[in-house]
Design a protein around this ligand. Structure first.
Ligand code: ATP
Ligand code: MG
Ligand code: MG
Length: 356
């Protein structure tokens, strides 16, 4: 049988490996941690760093196609692999998504609106950008942030207040974004097949706490024109990249049915975990189908769903959750519980009534 290489062995890699196995594929996971969550479910693991040439060569030897579960795969590694075998989604998607400034420039170029933003490489840049945004904004590192790490919300700041902030953020390239007064957040989990056909799941409404996704609720209650516009944006983004695989696109819903894209992740997405319980074909299977060149599945859902992350010690509630009817529990097998760490998730289902 064919073998799918997966770069990254976290919970997303684990759920991709499970979906691949169900379709009869072997998987080989590259991750530096021997006891990573995906190791239990993958057919095999290469223990090594993501930029380790020997490890990457071994991955290329063993896999027929390579995909990835996180957006910070070194672009040089992805490009080197792509000279030997298919790397999907294309490395270009990684390159763009890894830098919040490049990402927004790309989105705006594809006709997709984002928050107003400015590159910040000094305290003086920050003062000037804050002035343009009326004294408030969200200051973020351009690279490597996740779960709201590397971000600071600024309100009512004057130029003098900016002194030292650039260094306090680590002295790395930053972006200042307009502080969006959103009414709620939602996301589009979509897939594009090798033949260019696109499919999207119903968007969930997403709630965050301390920068971390708390829950996703489906349906989101979007009005039809917002829904159509958001889907169109997700498909335009994928077409522009000649994308193959699943993408997660995060949106801010703003006044009058409008929306802005916050960011996109070139991979399966936490706000798509509910699909595993509420759809015949989950985002994980959809992604495996896409990268394996198989027909994509129907993204329709059989149930309404509320997915909640189990973060840190919340994992201790898992046994109680098992007693709840309609609760579908997924645990990531992480050896160590840490505050703020995603340990599992639970999806509560409310089946749509069957007609007839
Ligand atoms: P993820 O784990 O989703 O990759 P991240 O660290 O990349 O997170 P963002 O998605 O940029 O961070 O921001 C995290 C959350 O912070 C957003 O979902 C939103 O709730 C809030 N946020 C981010 N940017 C803005 C903004 N410009 N205006 C208002 N709220 C924002
Ligand atoms: Mg992000
Ligand atoms: Mg985000």
């Amino acid at each position: 049988g064919a073998t799918i290489g997966i770069i990254g062995g976290g919970q997303l890699g684990r759920m991709l490996a499970a979906a691949a196995a169900r379709l009869g594929y072997e998987t080989v996971v590259l991750d530096p941690q021997p006891d990573c969550p995906a190791a239990q479910l993958a057919s095999s693991q290469i223990v090594g760093a993501y930029d380790d040439r020997a490890a990457l060569a071994a991955l290329a030897d063993r896999a027929d196609v390579v995909t990835y579960e996180f957006e910070n795969v070194p672009v040089a590694a992805a490009r080197a692999l792509a000279e030997r075998l298919a790397v999907l989604p294309p490395p270009k998607a990684l390159e763009i998504a890894q830098d919040r400034l490049t990402e927004k420039t790309f989105l705006n170029g594809a006709g997709i609106s984002t928050a107003r933003h400015f590159a910040v490489d000094s305290d003086a840049d920050l003062a000037a950008a804050l002035d343009r945004l009326g004294g408030s904004g969200v200051l973020k590192t351009r690279r490597l942030g996740y779960d709201g790490k590397g971000q600071r919300v600024l309100r009512g700041l004057a130029a003098a207040d900016c002194r030292g902030l650039f260094d306090a953020m680590g002295g790395v390239p930053l972006i200042l974004e307009q502080l969006v007064d959103f009414s709620f957040e939602f996301s589009v989990i979509a897939a594009r097949g090798a033949d260019g056909t696109g499919h999207a799941y119903d968007p969930p409404r997403n709630e965050h706490r301390n920068g971390i996704l708390r829950r996703s609720i489906v349906p989101a209650g979007l009005d039809p024109s917002t829904l159509a516009g958001a889907r169109k944006a997700a498909f335009a983004l994928m077409d522009a990249l000649d994308y193959v695989g699943v993408v997660g696109v995060e949106f801010f819903a703003i006044a009058d049915g409008g929306f802005l894209v916050n960011e996109f992740a070139p991979r399966v997405h936490n706000t798509g975990h509910w699909t595993d319980a509420a759809c015949a074909v989950s985002q994980f299977e959809q992604h495996i189908r896409a990268v394996a060149g198989l027909p994509l599945g129907n993204p329709g859902r059989h149930s309404n769903a509320v997915m909640e992350n189990l973060i840190g010690a919340e994992i201790d509630d898992a046994t109680d959750l098992m007693r709840q009817p309609g609760a579908v529990l997924t645990l990531y097998g992480k050896a160590e519980t840490r505050p703020g760490r995603k340990m599992g998730h639970v999806t509560r289902l409310a089946p749509l009534s069957a007609k007839g």
